[in-house]
Design a protein around this ligand. Structure first.
Ligand code: PLP
Length: 482
């Protein structure tokens, strides 16, 4: 798919998708904006990887993993993504960074970093108000971002997209606006047990207010959503089904399209949490027939603090404001206030304008790759990682649903998850440990905490080997050096 190139509309400064040609010049030095790294902990110079501390030898080839068939990237090379991402070339604790915490947040290509610098250097203005050139240009960029998101999600119109801080805010918006108007005593909200807390707690809060019920949809032992139980739970009381397009802890990709069709037979709406899905496989909200779809920019190579909510136009038009302020009104009077149409109605106050600029740059970057080839590469990398991890004594991966993204949550016999993360960090490998904001999903396996490696398009089989080597060394290490 192609994202509209705003530059072609006579708007773009080099480095800022959307700002040049309009009498604006490029920001001096905008191509050299890189994060500063403290000299004592890391270096942007790959050569300094040689200065590893004596007590943490650089990871050698993974025993066992080396015997695995080589990964054959079909039509996509992770190097083509890696070379755009400056942070992947730094070191951590004397080792080249291995970033396997993509489920928490993704790293940013220089196109995004430069777009932010160039926006603030040449294009900063508030939007939708003010009759000057800068305001008009910033508004055009912001709205170009909305068009890009609509196209990325397969929405029918940019007007179906509301900018929010992220998935959490999108779900709270739906709960507070749509939920407050449509939920009442005796109504059911079905929520899959694998949901992130941000797709559980907002429903609990609004259910308490409206005296509706939050009903968990159970999981199978494999970590899939139990489709028989789901069909049994649906009834005329069901007002909403909340389900992730991909689980952040089990990797499970539920059959969202089929689940949505079933929910619609009962007249229920479906909210899809796309936080983990959007960076892994193409999404088409109209094909899914989703009523709501939410995602966070920062899990999609864009800055933090920006995300989007899609809603079907007829539902969006029926929604009441959830926050009041500037931007969302037409006129204000102490006797009568009239409101702007959606999506502006749901965007009170000054939005995260630079965040949208960064999101637009991220979408342009990400969609420049062949998405099907990226998905195929990630799937091959996942298979490689599963095989490689199976060579680590005492390691067990949670979840084995048939459809999964490249998320590997695991336990290691005799090790606590925080200790595993700490050990790997000494080798420059970043994974996550804890409850992953999905306590019910972990409780399904009798766990309170686990370690998680989550992969992205820029990860490589060599990085998986380094993870496996380090974990094997941990299992062999005497107690006193752990
Ligand atoms: N939903 C899922 C599946 C997630 O993985 C996350 C974050 O990890 C969220 C929602 C919340 O996203 P954010 O914190 O960006 O709002």
């Amino acid at each position: 798919m192609t994202i509209p190139d705003v530059t072609a509309r006579g708007l773009g400064v080099p480095g800022v998708p959307g700002l040049s040609g309009a009498g604006v010049t490029a920001v001096p030095g905008s191509t050299a904006v890189l994060p500063t790294v403290p000299a004592n902990s890391a270096s942007a110079d790959p050569a300094s990887a040689d200065s590893a501390p004596a007590d943490s030898a650089p990871p050698a080839a993974a025993p066992g993993a080396g015997a695995l068939p080589q990964l054959q990237p079909p039509g996509f090379s992770p190097e083509s993504a890696r070379r755009d991402i400056p942070i992947l070339h730094r070191t951590v604790n004397g080792h080249p960074l291995v970033w396997l915490d993509n489920g928490a947040t993704t790293q940013k290509p220089r196109q995004v970093i430069e777009a932010l610098g160039a926006y603030y250097g040449a294009a900063n203005s508030n939007i939708h108000r003010g009759a000057h050139t800068m305001a008009r240009e910033a508004t055009q960029m912001y709205e170009a971002g909305r068009s890009a998101v609509a196209e990325f999600l397969g929405a029918g119109s940019p007007d179906d997209i509301v900018f929010v801080r992220g998935t959490t805010e999108a779900i709270n918006l739906v709960a507070q606006s749509w939920g407050r108007a449509n939920l009442g005593p005796g109504d059911d909200i079905l929520v899959a047990v694998l949901e992130h807390h941000s797709d559980i707690v907002p429903w609990q809060l609004i259910a308490k207010e409206t005296r509706a019920r939050v009903v968990p949809i159970p999981l199978t032992p494999e970590g899939a959503i139990d489709q028989d139980a789901y069909a049994d739970l649906l009834s005329s009381r069901t007002q909403l089904v909340a389900v992730s397009h991909a689980s952040n802890v089990l990797g499970t990709v539920p059959p969202v399209k089929e689940m949505t069709a079933l929910a619609h037979r009962y007249g229920a709406k479906v909210l899809v949490d796309g936080a983990q899905a959007v960076a892994h496989f193409p999404v088409d909200v109209q094909d899914l027939d989703a009523d709501f779809y939410a995602f966070s920019g920062h899990k999609l190579f864009a800055p933090t603090g920006i995300g989007a909510l899609y809603a079907k136009p007829e539902i969006l038009r029926s929604m009441r404001p959830w926050q009041g302020g500037g931007n969302m009104i037409e006129s204000v009077d102490f006797s009568r206030t009239t409101f702007a149409p959606v999506p502006h109605l749901l965007e009170a106050g000054t939005g995260h304008i630079s965040g949208v600029v960064g999101l637009l740059a991220a979408l342009n970057w990400f969609t420049s790759f062949d998405r099907e080839a990226v998905a195929a590469y990630e799937s091959a990398l996942m298979t490689y990682a599963q095989q490689a991890l199976s060579t680590v004594p005492g390691l067990e991966v949670l979840g084995s649903a048939p459809e999964r993204i490249a998320v590997l949550t695991f336990t290691l016999a005799g090790q606590d998850p925080a200790g595993i993360a700490d050990w790997l960090d000494r080798d420059g490998i970043a994974i996550r440990a804890g409850h992953h904001c999905a306590q019910p999903a972990l409780a399904h396996y009798g766990l309170e905490s686990a370690a998680r490696a989550s992969l992205a398009l820029y990860n490589t089989s060599e990085e998986v080997d380094q993870l496996v080597t380090s974990l094997r060394r941990l299992q062999e290490a005497p107690e006193e050096v752990r």
